[in-house]
Design a protein around this ligand. Structure first.
Ligand code: CA2
Length: 146
């Protein structure tokens, strides 16, 4: 059985560490991906980290993961708040899903308070910075055992 977890980051998360450090911190996407690879190894998983600014590409990767991944960790960025199409792909995944947001979306503008992805997730982690990805992988190690 596969131990690979697909870790998806959505639009604009490639800019992490380059702008808005007060909201998103100073770590870059490369730092996030290193944290994910290191944490996955520690908890007996493998991380497949991908980022795209394109909704359809993210949806295609979720479809592909139906046959290749044991779980999904997703920070869909702004698409979290708008994309029913991405939600439908995540529902069709049918394996454990953990949603991550670096910032606390509930302390920000009201339009960020609702995420479509959340309704298909086993759990949601937000506001803990990039540590959220580490916590999501630790939770995923338990979820994939069930
Ligand atoms: O807090 C999060 O992780 C978000 O998913 C980040 C999204 C935002 O639309 C969500 O409401 C919450 C945006 C990511 C944009 O990342 C940037 C990083 C640096 C500079 C500019 C954008």
């Amino acid at each position: 059985m596969t131990r690979t977890i697909l870790i998806l980051n959505g639009p604009n998360l490639n800019l992490l560490g380059q702008r808005e450090p007060a909201i998103y911190g100073s770590a870059t996407l490369a730092d996030v991906e290193k944290l994910c690879h290191d944490t996955a190894k520690r908890v007996g998983l493998a991380a497949d980290c991908r980022q795209s600014n394109h909704e359809g590409k993210l949806i295609d990767w979720v479809h592909e993961a139906r046959g290749t991944a044991a779980g999904l960790i997703i920070n869909a960025g702004g698409l979290s708040h708008t994309s029913v199409a991405l939600l439908d792909a995540v529902i069709a995944f049918e394996k454990p899903v953990v949603e991550v947001h670096i910032s606390n979306i509930f302390r920000r503008e009201e339009f960020r308070h609702h995420s479509w992805v959340s309704s298909a997730a086993k759990g949601v982690i937000c506001g803990l910075g990039i540590k959220g990805y580490e916590l999501a992988l630790e939770a995923m190690a338990e979820l994939v055992k069930q």
